[in-house]
Ligand binder design. Sequence first.
Ligand SMILES: Nc1nc2c(ncn2[C@@H]2O[C@H](COP(=O)(O)OP(=O)(O)OP(=O)(O)O)[C@@H](O)[C@H]2O)c(=O)[nH]1
Ligand SMILES: [Mg+2]
Length: 295
Amino acid sequence: MAWYDEDSWLTAALSPNLTTIIITFLIALGLPVLLHSFLYRTAAASASLPTFLLVGPSGSGKTAFATLTERTSIAQTHTSTQPLTIEALLPSPHVPASSHYRSPGDPAYERSRRFLLLDTPGHGKLRHYATASLSDPKSIRGIIFVVDAAALAEEPGLNEAASYLHDVLLSLQKRYTSATSSKGPTGIPVLVAANKMDLFTALPANLVKHQLEKAITEVRTSRAKALRDAGAALSGGEDEVDEEREWLGEGGEGHFEFSQMQEIGTSVSVVGANVLGGKETGSVDGWWEWIGENL
Ligand SMILES: Nc1nc2c(ncn2[C@@H]2O[C@H](COP(=O)(O)OP(=O)(O)OP(=O)(O)O)[C@@H](O)[C@H]2O)c(=O)[nH]1
Ligand SMILES: [Mg+2]
């Protein structure tokens, strides 16, 4: 049966009989509907919002910042025991870096201003919420490490903040070094948000940076020593432990600087602000600006 025979399928498809008309009709109506639902579903699945993770020691002002961003007003906060996800819009004068050339009326512009803030509890026993999000940071666009700049002036506050920040940076480094692709994962930027600048005893941002770098150097040295001692005890003092990935930064020697994190694709910026205390002592504009740059 050739294609030009009277009873071939091609002849039937082009002849005006009822079956052909019905099938053509169904395809003409059904195809756009199917195509639409397929495209709509894939678009909706990829529309998960960029997330910024809020971490830091207890009482540093994470929840206060999250509520300020959500409601643009200050509210009384209590020590958190649960993580909290907040959907927010980037406040007005700040523009997401991805939308610099869009006009404010554009729906895509409005959409690009939306993001999620994931507030985690800072208490030592409740940090597993933060570490769980850090170990699988797929949707995380940036990490905001909030510190109380006044507490950093004292030894215990400084050491707590430094060891927590050390752990956060180390988990970012592990994620980078254990990546299987040759290019490495996209780096997650870190903002060290020095809060409570309204307080008289608060350290200025550059001093916050300096003190934290110094304290992280000490944390790193003492951890390295503990590891070496443990390794020596295990192997009877014979050979060195090869724990290269456990050091933070370049080989874990010498002075630690945040700029060493560039090697693992992580930029660390320190910006001072205060959530409470009114406009005259400054506000959190610098943090929102940073969010905008990474949005
Ligand atoms: N003076 C001053 N106090 C602040 C500022 N920001 C927050 N606080 C106060 O710091 C306290 C702790 O703030 P929270 O936001 O609850 O702290 P947190 O980081 O969420 O703490 P955890 O939930 O325990 O991890 C609250 O009493 C706030 O009022 C600030 O900029 N200046
Ligand atoms: Mg809280």
